[in-house]
Design a protein around this ligand. Structure first.
Ligand SMILES: Cc1cc2nc3c(=O)[nH]c(=O)nc-3n(C[C@H](O)[C@H](O)[C@H](O)COP(=O)(O)O)c2cc1C
Length: 153
């Protein structure tokens, strides 16, 4: 079974978590495609035929990380049908900011609006994301096992 992990990052935190998910997946017999959203398109997203995990941070005033503004702009304006797609969103941010995890929230809402189905509710992570990640990882792999029969419970 395959999992696509799409990450949007400016300083590497989301990428670091994406690599952790990939390592855990590979250990549990899941083939993981690790993809940087800095060079991605809605067309490629729509062509995916396996579950997708999006890990994305938020920058100035709720904006996407600068590296993936183009992808997010395209996604937020898209009207493509994603009803075949199952997904989860892990949002990174910092609760010190008014627009806490706003980009991840918008990506989650847009994917749902385009018909994609969440296999796990979105998780918003603050500055202590390495701690939150541990609990999230358990929930995520349990969902993967429940829904697809793969990965660690
Ligand atoms: C200049 C700056 C602006 C930020 N703006 C926000 C914001 O509006 N909302 C939020 O939740 N987090 C904000 N953050 C926190 C980042 O999202 C957080 O540090 C995150 O872990 C970065 O992940 P990345 O390395 O994957 O980009 C901001 C951080 C910086 C340095």
């Amino acid at each position: 079974m395959k999992l696509t992990v799409l990450y949007g990052t400016e300083t590497g935190n989301s990428e670091g978590l994406a690599k952790k998910v990939a390592a855990k997946g590979e250990k549990n017999g899941v083939t993981v495609d690790l993809v940087d959203l800095s060079d991605y398109s809605v067309e490629k997203l729509a062509a995916i035929q396996n579950p997708v995990l999006v890990i994305i941070s938020t920058w100035d005033d709720g904006a996407p990380p600068p590296t993936c503004v183009d992808f997010c702009d395209e996604l937020f304006a898209a009207s493509v049908d994603l009803s075949h797609l199952e997904y989860a969103v892990l949002a990174l941010g910092d609760n010190e900011y008014m627009q806490f995890c706003e980009c991840g929230k918008k990506v989650d809402a847009k994917l749902a609006a385009l018909g994609a189905k969440a296999v796990l509710p979105r998780t918003d992570m603050g500055a202590d994301f390495m701690v939150t990640y541990i609990g999230w990882s358990k929930d995520f792999w349990k969902a993967m096992k429940d829904v697809y029969g793969v990965g660690a419970a």
